[in-house]
Design a protein around this ligand. Sequence first.
Ligand SMILES: Cc1ncc(COP(=O)(O)O)c(C=O)c1O
Length: 657
Amino acid sequence: MAKPVSRILVINDEHLVLREFVKGLNAAARSLDNPLGIAFSGVATAKEALAAIESDGDIQAVLVDDTLYTLGKHNGSRRLQVSALELVQRITRFRPELSVYILIAQEKEDDVVDALFTESVDGYFYREERDYRGIYRILNAQIQERARTPFTDQLKNYVWMAKDQWHTPGHSSGESLRGSPWVNDFYEFMGEHVFDADLSVSVPMLDSLMEPKGVIAEAQHMASQAFGARRTFFATNGTSTANKVIFQTLLAPGEKLLLDRNCHKSVHHGVVLSGAHPIYLDSALNRKYGLYGPVPKKAVLNAIRKHPDAEALILTSCTYDGLRYDLRPIIEAAHAKRIKVIIDEAWYGFARFHPEFRPTALEAGADYATQSTHKVLSAFSQASMIHVNDPDFREHLFRENFNMHTSTSPQYGLIASLDVARKQAVMEGYKLLSRTLALAKELRQQINSTGVFRSLELEDLLPEELRHDGIRLDPTKVTVDISGCGYTVDDLQKVLFERFNIQTEKSTFNTLTLLLTIGTTRSKVSRLYDALMRIAREKRAPRRLVRTPEIPAFTKLRYLPRDAYYCGGELVPVFDDKERVNRSLAGRVCADQVVPYPPGIPVLVPGQVITREIAGYLASLLRSQKRMEIHGVVYEGYQPCVRALKPAEARSLHRIG
Ligand SMILES: Cc1ncc(COP(=O)(O)O)c(C=O)c1O
């Protein structure tokens, strides 16, 4: 098993003292217990310190001498100097997860401690004491503390205690499967610990997700510190549930919510469940590639101005394609009207751990951030986190809603995986993300070098109206223009899968999106490049970019989505007897959410008026050759239908528009 390496950087501008410290500390590390592989190295200037922190992902802590540091030459002559305080600020801005200790002179203690009080400093040592063993022990303990996984450790302890089970789950540590001639193969395939660790709330020492007071509370607290939140909650039913829990906490029926129409469908489900009055914001469309981007800043700010009575605003950042908002001005505008801001960071849970991706939503001031830890870090599927920074957080209400949506038998493996994902992000996230960024850059170059495929950059992805919105691209989401290769996107995915053993993330009519994560390896990149190069060499005639049918603009919301959804309604066919678009659909009010994938934007939400354009759009999608799911379209035999309100039902509802 690979052993950890932990480097601690000592920063001191007096060369002799520095050498003495590094030597003394390394001697202490060698002679004492050192399970984390701690080794010390030294630098004398702020510039060297910042360069080391940037290039060495194994650095876990810094020991900064309280002095003035040279940063470099200013105007070619005067030397630029920074204080220890400024240096600490630069370091923690760059890598907030690092432990920071200060070496001080005893007589200056009060000044230094006061000055650094609000900074993320973990402790102080007196320089003159030269207590290398004491310093080593404290630093070692501090790094070990960050590397702890309280829930997972307890889960492992419990499994090794091998208690007889007189409680759920029924497989009882896999006993019901082991040795069975019929299902033993499943036990063997999954592995014994999957079953051993599948425990339940009947085991008090493993705490309760519904009312955490022990190891789950501790694990959540460590996650909140790691992700920069006041509070963090582990969700075992994905960000889909996380979004709903927040809505039900913040919104009473009829209260206004500003939301991107392009939000994930869980957000739209949350609107139905909470009874909120949604104000939809149209996201910008890149017509060339059929990609829906963020909502233009102007549109968000206008909506905030027009609806100061809104309770909350939710946006997705980054989007599936990696486009991230310049959140600060938007959040400030919302807060000026006392509107709470929720950012769906389902695709951005790693962002805190590399400066390339920051600021995170919380750093930009968001009240809530939901993250699918499982999508982009090492947690099991369905394992997500809810981070809360809302100063008016009503915990009792949140708890009630959280428990309403959480199974009373959550999967303990998921909780453990969140604990471990946090540990990994803190201990080696920076290093792994640096590698991922380098691989993404390499992959983009390789894709372009095929001469047939082209990786799209920010300028290609941004629709015109977003050009001045400060949008940035997460480079680990690589969107590829495939129109030059001659295949349709479905055929290309099939070829990649069947001939080259490659499964990609998502597609539109003209693009494929590749998701790089901390699990992406160089050999995977090489295999993908090899496959694309071979396909490129086939020299098939390129296709023209497919013109994707544009989603019709949002029409009137006549009733609250919840009211419309709970009407029984009736199924109305999309086509008439002659296979033409059914004209009687126009003017009816939809009772369901209708969402084509891609792009995953609802064409209709419950309570929305169906127009001729929308009916025509749905018909064109249903006739299209591309393999496509359209959620909300119901088949009655071969007839695709949508559920619409019956006229009498519609008359009985309260109109909102
Ligand atoms: C923007 C966005 N939010 C939320 C979700 C739901 O996340 P989960 O799969 O964790 O439930 C998704 C899933 O694709 C998503 O794309």
